[in-house]
Structures are given as structure tokens and as C-alpha cells.
Design a protein around this ligand. Structure first.
Ligand SMILES: Cc1cc2nc3c(=O)[nH]c(=O)nc-3n(C[C@H](O)[C@H](O)[C@H](O)COP(=O)(O)O)c2cc1C
Length: 212
């Protein structure tokens, strides 16, 4: 049974659409799951000590560098130990949450995790699912077309840096239920959310053999 690394990045513990869609995926997953909750327990930002530790042998590390290297080792070990990935990432201020970026900065160590080409990545070819959730709509012709710097960035990193076999599941317009002026978009929001749950269930079932 393949091990899934499931990462949540919503800062909101309940009522989070990305967490709920990810939960649907995990509910349909047959296999062990490692869960990292970046909303509840953000990882520290990459520091100068963490970068320096990558370029010097362990016996030369300061205490600060050793601590930083230990954290990178733990996060990279968790990444490498999984055979599949689920990233549940909302849009914050037109990009990915800083918690998810901090995690990427910790694990993206050239020569160890990433390489010159996608196929050189230590996790190349493994299946990944990105649950991409946002309050507004960014499709062609919408007022905010071109403002989504979350999903395009994450697609690039996950496919062209980490070399993952990626499916993106999107739920948008999640603010329609609560934001004045978006009432006319509530039905579209409900359709988008229902489709995301269905896609998540199907993807998990396709990736793992189901118990009889
Ligand atoms: C701090 C913050 C910033 C946000 N920025 C945006 C944004 O720039 N564009 C957008 O469409 N929605 C934005 N939203 C709305 C979220 O993307 C939306 O509420 C989404 O459902 C959050 O994911 P979650 O439901 O999994 O918590 C923002 C929400 C928060 C809390």
C-alpha cells in the first residue's frame, strides 16, 4: 500500500474547503497516511544557518546550523518516505500561503531533492494531487483574470522542479456564501465545490487499490 503524505496549509482549522476536499481524498485512500498540518504547526522559515548547513560537513556545524539541518532532514525524510502526495493549499493574497512556501524552502534542496531537470528529482514520477482553493474566480474574462499567482506557481514547482505526476483539483468562489455582492455566484461556488469533492474521491480511488 503506498504511503500518502498529506499536507494541509489552510490557517483555518474548521470550515476550511481545502481541508474538507483533502479529507474526502484521504477518506477514499487505501493506505498509510502521514499528515502534516502547516496551518496548525507552521514550519520555521529557512534561515541563513539552514542554507549554510547545506554547504558544510556536519562536524563543522554550529548549534544553530545543526538545529536547522535536523529540521530539513526531518521534512525531507518525510517527503522521501511517501509514495504519493496530497497538497491542500488555499489562495492567500493572490499567492500560496507563506506556510506552504516555507515548507517548500525547507525541502527543496538542490542535489538532494531537486535536480537540474524534473526527472532528476528524488520524487520524480510520483503521483501528487493539489487541492487548490480560492475565494474568488480567476477564469478567462473575469475581472481578476491574471491575478492567480498561486496555482500557476504551484504547478511549476510540483511538476517542473519536483517532477511529480500532478492532478490539480480546484474549488473556487468559496467566499460567495459570505461576501456581499457575490450572491449571484453561490450556485457556481456550490458546483465547483461538489466537483472538487468528486474529483478528490475519484483520484484517491484510482491511485490506490480499493479493499474488496
Ligand atoms: C488571509 C487571506 C487572504 C486571502 N486572499 C485571497 C485572495 O487573494 N484571493 C481570493 O480569491 N481569495 C482569498 N482569500 C479567500 C480564501 O482563498 C478562501 O477563503 C479559501 O476558501 C481559503 O481556503 P480554506 O477554505 O481551505 O481555508 C483569502 C483568505 C484569507 C484568510
Amino acid at each position: 500500500m503506498p504511503r500518502l503524505l498529506h499536507i494541509d496549509a489552510s490557517a483555518v482549522p474548521t470550515g476550511s474547503v481545502s481541508r474538507e476536499v483533502a479529507a474526502t481524498f484521504v477518506g477514499a485512500w487505501s493506505g498509510p497516511v502521514t499528515h502534516r498540518d502547516l496551518g496548525a504547526r507552521p514550519v520555521p522559515h529557512l534561515t541563513g544557518a539552514g542554507i549554510a548547513a547545506r554547504f558544510s560537513p556536519g562536524h563543522e556545524w554550529t548549534a544553530e546550523q545543526a538545529t536547522a539541518a535536523f529540521l530539513q532532514d526531518a521534512l525531507i525524510g518525510e517527503l522521501l518516505a511517501a509514495e504519493a502526495y496530497l497538497f491542500a493549499v488555499p489562495m492567500y493574497n493572490f499567492g500560496a500561503p507563506s506556510t506552504f512556501k516555507a515548507w517548500l524552502d525547507q525541502i527543496l534542496v538542490p542535489g538532494r531533492v531537486s535536480g537540474m531537470r524534473p526527472e532528476d528529482s528524488a520524487v520524480a514520477g510520483r503521483p501528487a494531487t493539489l487541492v487548490s482553493v480560492r475565494g474568488g474566480g480567476y477564469g478567462p474574462g473575469t475581472p481578476k483574470e491574471g491575478w492567480d499567482f498561486a496555482e500557476p506557481y504551484l504547478r511549476k514547482i510540483l511538476t517542473e522542479v519536483l517532477g511529480l505526476e500532478l492532478q490539480v483539483i480546484t474549488a473556487e468562489l468559496t467566499l460567495a456564501d459570505t461576501t456581499p455582492g457575490m450572491e449571484g455566484l453561490r450556485e457556481a461556488a456550490a458546483v465547483s465545490r461538489a466537483a472538487a469533492h468528486e474529483a478528490a474521491r475519484e483520484r484517491a480511488q484510482r491511485l490506490t487499490p480499493q479493499p474488496a
